[in-house]
Design a protein around this ligand. Structure first.
Ligand SMILES: [Zn+2]
Ligand SMILES: [Zn+2]
Length: 307
């Protein structure tokens, strides 16, 4: 249903941009957009996250933008900022929580799919990481009304993941396995700045170039230099790129916040939150000594995650 609407929209846009000036009639396209966003899906706890994926023969589905066979299902009861942005996962509302389930397979090529995989791409980094990416059964239960916590709840402590990116991938914090700092571990990132831990959970500590910059690899400190929504953290707060969008859809007034707390966050408006709301930014992290998605502590009261 949703895909046919997307195809319809694409068709509509192409016909319309060939035949008309963009300025004189946006109403048809806007109507199609309205239909698309209100179409909605019904996703529940029993919605499958997709078929069993065989890594060696896995492909990317250009339609879904996910690994072929991975489900995107965002329930219509989810708020717009989630259901219009998250994919390669299933999501729904359960009581006072949002629940996300993900196979956690990167929708990019990666050296960590292994050299036998159709999705293999050699990485340019030189660090050693013997792990390889495998399909997971991650379940995030995240409070739908994020509330301020003590600010001392550690993002470490054996959590399977501390948040989920808009492309369905695990978010890890600013730490590396001791005695390394994350800047050392970054030498094992693949071309899309992620890597798997020892049970095959692919994750991002730092930039998510596939989300922020569309595609290709970027340096650890230069990526996500925009206000892209990157994901949601386990405490229910949103995570953005380096910039804040000032609550407008224009990117010309985006700015790099100067009032971030030690948790990479601040309270401000965004396009998704017209009332000033706490959120995190991808920011330079003194513990990691590189830019990271998260710092050492959660701002809010966290939900739970299992795998
Ligand atoms: Zn890691
Ligand atoms: Zn901000």
């Amino acid at each position: 249903m949703k895909r046919s609407l997307i195809l319809f929209l694409v068709l509509l846009f192409s016909v319309y941009s060939c035949s008309k000036s963009k300025s004189n009639n946006n109403s048809t396209a806007l109507l199609a957009l309205a239909v698309l966003s209100s179409a909605g899906s019904t996703c529940t706890s029993s919605t499958s996250t997709g078929s069993t994926i065989t890594i060696n023969s896995a492909t990317l589905d250009s339609g879904s933008g996910c690994v072929t066979g991975v489900t995107t299902c965002m329930d219509s009861a989810l708020p717009a900022w989630i259901k219009n942005n998250f994919k390669c996962a299933t999501g729904y509302v359960s009581g006072t929580n949002y629940v996300f389930k993900s196979k956690n397979l990167p929708n990019t090529k990666s050296s960590y799919y292994g050299s036998s995989s159709t999705l293999y791409e050699a990485r340019t980094t030189t660090g050693t990481n013997p792990n390889s990416t495998s399909s997971q059964s991650l379940v995030y239960t995240i409070p739908s009304s994020a509330t301020k916590g003590t600010g001392t709840d550690s993002t470490q402590g054996g959590l399977v993941s501390i948040g989920i990116t808009v492309n369905g991938l695990a978010i890890f914090n600013n730490a590396a396995a001791p005695p390394d700092t994350l800047s050392v571990e970054a030498l094992t990132f693949d071309n899309f700045q992620g890597h798997p831990q020892n049970s095959g959970v692919y994750h991002h500590h730092a930039a998510v170039p596939k989300v922020c910059d569309g595609a290709s690899s970027t340096s650890n400190t230069g990526a996500c230099a925009n206000s892209t929504l990157i994901g949601i953290i386990l405490d229910g707060y949103a995570l953005y790129g380096q910039k804040c969008d000032k609550g407008t859809s224009s990117t010309s007034d985006d700015f790099t916040p100067t009032d971030l707390d030690s948790l990479h966050g601040h309270t401000a408006v965004t396009t998704h939150f017209p009332t000033a709301t706490y959120h995190y930014h991808y920011a330079n992290d003194p513990t990691a000594t590189i830019y990271t998605l998260m710092g050492s502590y959660f701002y809010g009261t966290k939900g739970s995650v299992s795998n």
